[in-house]
Design a protein. Structure first.
Length: 238
């Protein structure tokens, strides 16, 4: 059961993000009331990914659905080559290491730097700021809102997803969750203890801001583009 603080947190996040297109139990669809039992049924992994990619596109992100990890990396490299980007910064993360992204990037001619805690913070921030693209894994992805959830740890600086003008994220199927309620207890575990995440970032599409005249601008306080490469089936990576 969610505590009072968690309920209030989820209420505020929902208010900021806005509802997804998911139908709640008891709502009417085309004049007919949707069965609560049908809504409560656990969605399949394929359905969760479908929902996530739809919601991601509605908030301005771009999703790429691959048949598996190998095709995901191939499509990513094709996008990078077509973009003309020169410099990339990448998280230290087991998924990205297994995908061989560092080698894939250098193999197509990009200058790539993997985040290291061994250099001074000022130099680290300078390298991240100079990158054309920041590449991360995804700790969780919320299907109902199209949101990415990134947990910061050593080698996984949150600024990689915030400072470069383009953010690319790799989403493994086991990281998909259906809703913010499902996410809440998982985040509690991520933050718990001395080895827990230092912070958590929820990303719902590219950065947006508006001036006093409500003129909407993208990319002022974060990336102008968010790309997510995902695949449905768990399988040997390469």
């Amino acid at each position: 059961m969610l505590g009072t603080d968690e309920v209030e947190f989820l209420r505020r996040v929902r208010a900021a993000i806005g509802p997804g297109t998911a139908t709640r139990a008891g709502q009417k669809v085309h004049g007919q009331e949707k069965s609560p039992s049908r809504v409560a049924a656990s969605p399949s992994r394929s359905q969760l990914l479908d929902k996530f990619l739809i919601e991601l596109s509605l908030v301005g992100g771009k999703g790429y659905r691959a048949s598996g990890p190998r095709q995901g990396v191939e499509r990513f490299c094709a996008v990078m080559q077509a973009s003309g980007m020169k410099r990339a910064v990448i998280w230290q993360h087991p998924l990205l290491a297994e995908l061989g992204l560092y080698s894939a990037l250098t193999g197509i001619g990009l200058e790539c730097w993997e985040v290291s805690e061994e250099i001074p913070e000022e130099d680290r921030m300078a390298r991240i700021s100079a990158a054309d693209v920041g590449i991360t894994a995804v700790d969780y992805a919320v299907a109902e809102t199209g949101s990415l959830v990134l947990c910061s740890r050593p080698g996984r600086a949150r600024m990689v997803s915030l400072l470069p003008p383009v953010h690319v994220a790799f989403l493994a199927p086991h990281s998909l969750v259906s809703s913010l309620e499902t996410l809440s207890p998982l985040l509690g575990k991520e933050l718990d203890g001395p080895c827990g995440a230092s912070n958590v970032v929820l990303i719902t599409g590219p950065s947006r801001t508006a001036d006093i005249e409500l003129s909407l601008t993208q990319g002022v306080h974060g990336p102008k583009e968010v790309h997510v490469f995902a695949w449905e089936e768990e399988m040997p990576l390469l």
